[in-house]
Design a protein around this ligand. Structure first.
Ligand code: 5GP
Ligand code: MN
Length: 323
């Protein structure tokens, strides 16, 4: 049984390497923080290892924890590798994916993305869960470890819950989600401070970039109920783009009356990163997988095309009827 195997593995292994996906979001950082805080409680030696630098607004949550960005020239000696908030080695990015796939330690996945790949000895996957931190909470419950959740663990768990549910509004939120949140608040968690730390840290240029994107870079296709927003490298430079500045911007499209599918494109040095969001009867993960080398959840998916913005927009426009 996974539960017994996981329990004995956690008990017997002292050195935990905690990893998450590239471009870590609130659920990714919340998951590694919660698990590192739990590792501390269990007197384990641990390291949080990111594929790349987390966005500045998430870094305060990492204060007091051992964390690094993966260095291909460095050796990492741990008995256990945790894969949190991702379901395939490719999600940690090209530089680190072989490291994860071939890492000579027992691997444990805790995640909520559908279709987990078979690269971990222990896979705890619940695609119905609203966030990976909810999966972690459920895992601690199964292991009879809920009483080990202190305020530090709670802070990480809540960060993931808040950000992956769009502040408790997506269909993935269940009564259990609210019961979990209630438990965390019972511990004394100041939820409004987490909300402020995530959502009230805008720079003026960040807001201007978002305003510009809405005012000047949004194309609407009312017949398809689709909105497409894009930012070029020049746009990003003009508004002093910092990592995380466009996080969640795609959701603005879904807030327009009569629209239920939004795409956001951002040009990078090597191609275009796409974010898809939908609601109701429309799903985006299969489309992102089929046409843009990506995937994700039914209502939130991503992808990437090694092409310029113009080419990517043209490809999208040719596929409107298939979205
Ligand atoms: P975002 O638009 O926030 O970058 O990504 C939304 C969701 O899509 C993420 O939670 C993740 O599940 C998924 N996702 C984003 N980019 C990729 C990708 O390149 N490949 C896959 N398989 N999933 C992705
Ligand atoms: Mn997640």
């Amino acid at each position: 049984m996974t539960q017994n195997l996981l329990s004995s593995t956690l008990d017997s292994q002292q050195n935990w390497l905690i990893t998450t996906h590239k471009g870590p979001d609130g659920d990714a950082v919340g998951s590694v923080v919660a698990w590192a805080a739990y590792a501390k409680r269990c007197h384990k030696n641990y390291l949080i290892l990111f594929p790349d630098q987390p966005a500045a607004y998430l870094c305060p949550f990492l204060e007091g924890y051992n964390w690094e960005v993966y260095d291909v020239n460095k050796a990492y000696h741990f008995d256990l590798l945790f894969a949190l908030d991702y379901n395939a080695p490719s999600r940690v990015g090209q530089d680190m994916s072989d490291f994860v796939a071939d890492y000579p330690a027992v691997k444990v996945m805790m995640d909520h993305h559908p279709g987990p790949e078979d690269f971990c000895q222990i896979t705890v996957s619940n695609p119905k869960a609203c966030s990976t931190t909810e999966v972690i909470y459920q895992t601690l419950e199964t292991l009879a470890q809920l009483d080990q959740i202190d305020l530090h663990v709670a802070k990480g768990l809540y960060l993931g819950l808040l950000t992956d549910t769009g502040s408790f509004r997506f269909p993935s939120v269940s009564a259990d989600t609210h019961r979990m949140a209630a438990h965390l608040l019972d511990l004394g968690l100041e939820h409004h401070l987490i909300h402020e730390a995530v959502y009230d840290v805008n720079s003026v240029t960040r807001l201007q970039l978002r305003g510009y994107a809405i005012a000047e870079k949004l194309q609407l296709y009312p017949n398809y109920r689709i909105g497409i927003m894009s930012l070029s490298k020049e746009d990003l430079k003009r508004f002093d783009y910092q990592k995380g500045d466009t996080e969640g911007l795609v959701n603005v499209i879904l807030s327009i009356e009569g629209y239920d599918l939004g795409v956001f494109l951002m040009e990078t040095e090597d191609g275009v990163k796409l974010s898809f969001r939908s609601k109701g009867q429309r799903y985006v993960n299969a489309f992102a997988q089929a046409h843009f080398n990506g995937g994700g959840h039914q209502y939130a998916a991503g992808g990437f095309l090694a092409a310029d913005l113009h080419t990517t927009l043209a490809k999208l426009a040719s596929l409107l009827a298939q979205m």
